[in-house]
Design a protein. Sequence first.
Length: 430
Amino acid sequence: MSGFNESDFDRVNRLIEKNKNLSKSGGFGSLNSSDCFSSSVSSPNSVSSDLSLRKDFVYDRVVSGTIFLGENPDIISGNIYIENGIIVDIEERPVKSDNWIAPRFVNTHTHIGDSLLKDPPLGNEHGFCIEKDLDALVKPPNGLKHKFLSQIGFDESVDAMESAVWELFLNGVGVFADFREGGLEGTVALLKAVSNTGKDIFPFVFGRPGHVYGIGSNDHPNMDFLEEVRDILEVADGIGLSGANDLDDYVLTKITSKTHLKRKKLAIHAGEKDRSDIKEALALSPDLLIHMTHANDLDLKKAADLQIPVSVCVRSNLTTGVGLPPVLKMLKSGISVSIGTDNMMLNSPDMFEEMHFISRLYGLSDHHVFKMATSNGAKTLGCGFTGSIDIGKKADLIVLNSKSLNLKNVQDPLAGFVRRACKDDILGIV
Ligand SMILES: [Zn+2]
């Protein structure tokens, strides 16, 4: 393997070790971590108001303001008490602060590896219009993106992803689930990029075996691709596949069983351009479906019956011209829907913008849009340590200035957060 040295591996190994330790204590990286804090998470009714409880205790940090409390948030005024990065108490009381305190976002679908190729041509121009061509852009192995990725070096890739991680962090994202192309080296590069930033942001990595997409279609797959999958799963949180039409059934089945045997997650694009790959994707019983833009009622029923969550990427779908996902039908079917910003080369990783679009396009309630951007994603990824402001959860907080020019005079903080707030309103990330 070329391109990275021993110290890079040391750094990645330390990161992995840290994540393992945190997951043991109910923190990052555990597929079952949604259960870890369940006994200590309080309902909004149990919010403390007794100051004497904490008069002899010095907390690491106290954050005051208008708090978006819980998954289906109650808007209260008060203080959040933090110890060792965990919310240990929430006190409801009048406070003199113009801050809004919201949970950090969970972005359930990104490709930050293509952030070196921002805003490529989307298709051929005809007069005033562009005839958009999704396959020419992103389909492996010959789409523009993959040709480009095959030409860039490890360090260049890490450098671009480091900027992308900063961008995610500054946009208020606490967890992002990335489809990381490029085999084991691609996964290691992403972890190195996150580590280089030194920021508290959790990458949920869906690695992808490289050469199964590059080999000639007449070659019968050999066991090498399974060895690659095994190596990736030692480091990544799961496998993310481009789509059921891109690989034969043998490879799909083997990758799926290998991933689930390791108790890791399988995610797959489905129904982005048309319905042709949805049935095969559902047959794999993946842990996460991406897009489902062209899913019909039967597809949605099947996904709901199998309890497979969906990550919708509305701005990405608009950019590539493939249509809009049936979000209302998904929710009506009982599917857990979360939000992804998809390829960095097509979209900024801006969850505020995703909320603005979804709120307007579907007429969804502010509560539903809020949950799609936060707690739904946390549950989807098994990252129950975050996704809402509750006692016992990690203090992943966005502090916004409600007196900014943009937010001044907003009467309903939740509506303002979902429909109007933007990155410029952020005062700080906790
Ligand atoms: Zn994608």
